[in-house]
Structure formats: structure tokens, C-alpha cells
Design a protein around this ligand. Structure first.
Ligand code: PLP
Length: 273
């Protein structure tokens, strides 16, 4: 079997817990060969984002076209996009290069509260990227922002909002219910042509949750070419993320909200190297 090439189109997080750094670690841990097109640099630690430097859209396009003229890509994860112009460049590349298995994590605001997508770009994500994604993975605030509605407060409201995201043109939606609170975290996978599925995972007691959204969407992209469908990829990606959260406290990457442990299965237990 030849290897799978998985592409992340996302921003850089110097602390290594989110963004392209998290994506590469996740792809690698799950048997994918990682590639990256960087849309923005952030100045960031586990305590927050101090600044953002967007990559000009024509240089994002050059990165994409140069890479894709050479390499086959088997799945794509899209994360931080920063500006409407960058979104346009990514939408064009999806069409021109017929990119398969596109997983869109509609990143808007970091856990620290810092904006990662210009407010005026939300309309462009909705019109240009939702219809081009094979799966979109919003959390409750992101779904509310895409729909221009209040956040869902229970599973019934989540079902209704996931349905309305399909109406906007998304092919599949994984609506992540972690913000609802409680002992478990419930996500809902809906598609136009299949019955909805509910995925429930234990809520892991750790403050180290930086990059969980990046990690889940990347795990789905890495696993999709290795699984028969998105439902199996989502199930196994959630299992991976739960284990990475369970081992997060073994890392020591800063004083704020630390990263999850992407290589929990590889490193000796408790070792700091
Ligand atoms: N920084 C970058 C570059 C990201 O792409 C993301 C992803 O969502 C984040 C930060 C946010 O990470 P978190 O909200 O988990 O802190």
C-alpha cells in the first residue's frame, strides 16, 4: 500500500499545540504523511495570542499550486484562514486541483478569546467554503456564527442547527457539543444522505485542551483515506483525541492552557526525555 498524503491549510502556532504544528503531529501519529500550506503566522503561547501576521493570498495560492502540481493529496484539513482573500485562494485550489476529502474546521476565535478569522470573513466561509467541504466541524459558537443564530443549548437544538448547516450547502456536518458542559461531550454527525449519528465521549478532567479542535479535524482527515467512510473516521478520531487529552498532563509546554499529547501511544509513560 502506498502512503497517504494529508495536507493542512492552516495557521502556525509556535507553542506547537494548535495550528499546522498540531496538524502535522496528528497526521504523523495516525499514519499519514503530513504536508502544510501556511495561511498566517501567530505569535502565541499556551497563555494566548500576541499577534497575527497574515500570509498574502497570492502567496497562499503559490504554495498550493506549487505543491499540488507535484504531489497527490489524499485528504485535506482546513483550519485558520484569517482573511476573505485567503479563503478565495483556498476555494479556487479546491476546485482547480479537485481536492478530495476536504475537512473544514471553521476556526474563528482561540480558546484564549483572540480572533483568528476577520469578522467580515465569516460570510465568505459560509458562501465559498461550506459548499466545497466534504465535512465541516464547527463547535457550538462557530455553528451559531455561521447561521447568525444563538448557540444551541441542547441536543435537539444541535440537530436543528446541524440541519440548517446542511441547508447552507455543507455535505456533512460534525457539530461538536463540548460547550454544553456535563460529564460527557456529545457530537452530532449529520449528512444529507444518511441517518444522523451521535458520538459521546467521556469529558477528560484536564485544563490542557489547547488545539483540541485542530487535532480532531486533522485526525479525521488523516483517517478518512484509511476508513470506508466519514463515520468510521470520526469515531476513531474521537477515540484518538480522548486518549491524547487523557495524557495531556504528562507534557509541560507552558503555564496556560497546554496542548494535548499527540504521541501518547509512542512515548514512554511519564518520560520527559
Ligand atoms: N492558533 C492557531 C494557529 C489555530 O489554528 C487554532 C485553531 O483553532 C488555535 C490557535 C486555537 O486553538 P485553541 O482554541 O484550541 O486554543
Amino acid at each position: 500500500m502506498s502512503s497517504h498524503n494529508i495536507l493542512s491549510i492552516a495557521g502556525s502556532d509556535p507553542s506547537g499545540g494548535a495550528g499546522v504544528q498540531a496538524d502535522l503531529k496528528t497526521f504523523s501519529a495516525l499514519g499519514g504523511y503530513g504536508m502544510t500550506v501556511i495561511t498566517a503566522l501567530t505569535a502565541q503561547s499556551t497563555t494566548g495570542v500576541a499577534g497575527v501576521q497574515e500570509v498574502p493570498a497570492d502567496f497562499v495560492a503559490l504554495q498550493l499550486d506549487t505543491l499540488l502540481a507535484d504531489a497527490r493529496v489524499d485528504a485535506v484539513k482546513i483550519g485558520m484562514l484569517a482573511t476573505p482573500e485567503v479563503i478565495g485562494a483556498v476555494a479556487k485550489a479546491i476546485d482547480t486541483h479537485r481536492l478530495p476529502h476536504v475537512v473544514l474546521d471553521p476556526v474563528m476565535v482561540a480558546k484564549s478569546g483572540d480572533r483568528l478569522l476577520a469578522a467580515e470573513a465569516i460570510d465568505v466561509v459560509r458562501s465559498e467554503l461550506l459548499p466545497r467541504a466534504d465535512l465541516v466541524t464547527p463547535n457550538l459558537p462557530e455553528a451559531a456564527a455561521l447561521l447568525g443564530e444563538d448557540e444551541a443549548g441542547d441536543l435537539d437544538a444541535m440537530r436543528a442547527q446541524a440541519g440548517r448547516l446542511l441547508d447552507l450547502g455543507a455535505r456533512r456536518v460534525l457539530l461538536k457539543g463540548g460547550h454544553l458542559g456535563g460529564d460527557t461531550s456529545t457530537d452530532l454527525l449529520v449528512a444529507a444522505d444518511a441517518a444522523p449519528q451521535v458520538f459521546t465521549a467521556e469529558r477528560v478532567a484536564t485544563r490542557n485542551t489547547h488545539g483540541t479542535g485542530c487535532t480532531l479535524s486533522s485526525a479525521i482527515a488523516a483517517l478518512r483515506p484509511q476508513r470506508p467512510g466519514f463515520d468510521a473516521a470520526v469515531r476513531d478520531a474521537k477515540t484518538y483525541l480522548t486518549a491524547a487529552l487523557r495524557h495531556a498532563d504528562a507534557l509541560d509546554a507552558g503555564h496556560g492552557t497546554g496542548p494535548v499529547h499527540h504521541f501518547h501511544a509512542w512515548w514512554p509513560t511519564g518520560a520527559r526525555g
